[in-house]
Design a protein around this ligand. Structure first.
Ligand SMILES: [Zn+2]
Length: 73
């Protein structure tokens, strides 16, 4: 690895450690600070599950309903 590559990687790591920039007004559809967002809850089932969830492409899902394990009957 060359000295130039090492310097570029160090600069990239420094960027990862920096806090994200403040969002510009109008950048997001709704400006909600991350701390004020409600926790994700599972939206699967009828009645809705509502357990603490993680984000997936299919939506917020709990461990029981995550897409790789849940098959609707
Ligand atoms: Zn669930």
């Amino acid at each position: 690895m060359s000295a130039r590559t090492r310097a570029r990687l160090a600069a990239a790591r420094a960027l990862l450690d920096a806090p994200p920039p403040e969002p510009l007004p109008g950048q997001a559809a709704l400006d909600v600070p991350i701390a004020d967002r409600p926790p994700l809850t599972c939206d699967t089932g009828n009645p809705v599950c509502g357990a603490p969830a993680r984000p997936y492409a299919a939506g917020p899902r709990c461990d029981r309903h995550r897409p790789s394990t849940y098959r609707p009957q």
